[in-house]
Every structure is written in structure tokens, then in C-alpha cells.
Design a protein. Structure first.
Length: 122
């Protein structure tokens, strides 16, 4: 029998133990997991941004600052002017109504006088 040459490549290939290895490397698997985590993190950040905007709108509506003192004074001045205008308009209309009523009374007395004159002449 021949003696085996242990330095030959064929001998080394024959003596190695072989095992199943994945077709894709572990780097690709880790990359896929990292990509999935990144996508889920982006989705969570988008949801948080949308909900925080809605929440801030609600808080802004609740915590709206009161009107400034100058704005309140301006509104009060406008209300006073409107009240004065209404009062003057009411007074003018009252005077017109009184003068119209006085003229109506005068015309009725004149009409009554003319009716009596007509009745006397007939």
C-alpha cells in the first residue's frame, strides 16, 4: 500500500468536514432586519408627528391667550359709539314722530272745522 501524502490538496479536500451553510450571508440578514427596524421607526415617527400636531392644535385652542387690553378698549369704544348712534337715531325718530303727530292733530282740527263750515253752508 502506498503511503498517503498529507500535503497534497486532494488529501486535504478529502479529509475536511463539510457542513451546510446558508446561501445568503449573515450580513444580508442583518441588513434586512435593520431596514425593517428603520422603516418601522420612520412610521412611528410619522404617527407621533401627526398626533402631536393634532394635540398642539387642541391645546392652542384651549389655551388661547386672552384679548389684549388695547383690543378690549377698542371693542368697548366701538360698542359705545354704536350705542350713541342708536340713541341719537332713536331721539331723531322720536322727534319726527312727535312733529308728525302734532301736524296730524292740526290737520284733524282743520278738517273738523271745514266739515262744520260745509255743514253750516248746506
Amino acid at each position: 500500500m502506498r503511503k498517503v501524502d498529507r500535503n497534497r490538496t486532494t488529501h486535504q479536500l478529502a479529509r475536511r468536514t463539510y457542513s451546510l451553510t446558508p446561501k445568503r450571508g449573515p450580513v444580508l440578514l442583518l441588513g434586512g432586519i435593520a431596514a425593517a427596524c428603520a422603516i418601522s421607526a420612520i412610521a412611528a415617527a410619522g404617527f407621533a408627528l401627526m398626533s402631536s400636531r393634532e394635540h398642539s392644535r387642541q391645546v392652542d385652542a384651549i389655551c388661547a391667550p386672552p384679548l389684549s387690553e388695547q383690543e378690549l378698549r377698542d371693542e368697548l369704544t366701538a360698542a359705545r359709539l354704536a350705542l350713541d348712534h342708536e340713541a341719537s337715531t332713536r331721539a331723531t325718530l322720536q322727534k319726527q314722530a312727535e312733529s308728525t303727530e302734532a301736524e296730524l292733530i292740526k290737520l284733524r282740527t282743520d278738517l273738523a272745522f271745514f266739515k262744520r263750515q260745509r255743514d253750516k253752508s248746506d
